[in-house]
Design a protein. Structure first.
Length: 201
């Protein structure tokens, strides 16, 4: 990858994560218009664990993209994903944990265990996830997260992994509200009750 292209990618990634961090807990937003269930395929990701205030995590994202470039993993195999490992409402900013993920090709698994203490390559298991789109124009995704959790409760399901957010459009805009994203919560079902494929909470 050319130096200029890599700089653009790093800049975009830093903006995305910083904007996400700043909007998780503040502002007003509109609820999701629909909720779907998706079968998730097994995925290989390059990831790093970031600890600290979301608003200061852009450098960690930039370093991950730089590493991907150095190791020949660019372009990514899919959109960048952020998994939130703890609840920002029950801890303080210096203890927020975020797993920053870049999807990569399976061939790069050969590098697992060689990239550092908090950075590695792994498989993310297949399964089911409840999904809602944060449309362009919505600044605060918190109401959507609440709808997804309500859906899980009403359909006899429980979350099995950290909630995730995937960025689909306008990553270069510098304005989180203008971005279209997907919010996913992996889950498992209990008993015989089967959740419908498409529904509203």
């Amino acid at each position: 990858m050319k130096k200029k292209q890599l700089i653009i990618v790093l800049f975009a990634a830093g903006i995305v994560l910083t904007l996400l961090a700043g909007t998780l807990l503040t502002g007003e937003g509109q609820p999701a218009t629909s909720i779907i269930v998706r079968e998730l395929k097994e995925q290989v990701v390059l990831y790093t664990i970031y600890r600290g205030d979301y608003s200061k995590s852009g450098a960690a994202t930039g370093k991950l993209f730089a590493l991907a470039g150095q190791k020949g993993m660019m372009p990514p195999a899919g959109p960048v994903e952020y998994a939130f490992l703890n609840n920002p409402k029950t801890t303080t900013p210096e203890h927020y944990l975020t797993e920053i993920r870049i999807p990569v090709n399976a061939e790069h698994l050969k590098l697992a265990g060689t990239l550092g203490e908090m950075t590695d390559i792994k498989k993310v298991a297949a399964g089911e996830a409840v999904v809602a789109v944060k449309p362009e124009g919505v600044a605060n995704p918190e109401p959507i997260y609440k709808e997804l959790m309500t859906w899980l409760f009403r359909n006899g399901c429980v979350a099995t992994d950290a909630p995730r957010e995937i960025y689909l459009t306008n990553a270069m805009s510098g304005d989180y509200a203008s971005m279209k994203t997907e919010i996913l919560i992996p889950f498992e079902r209990f008993g015989e009750k089967k959740a419908p494929a498409t529904t509203k909470p």
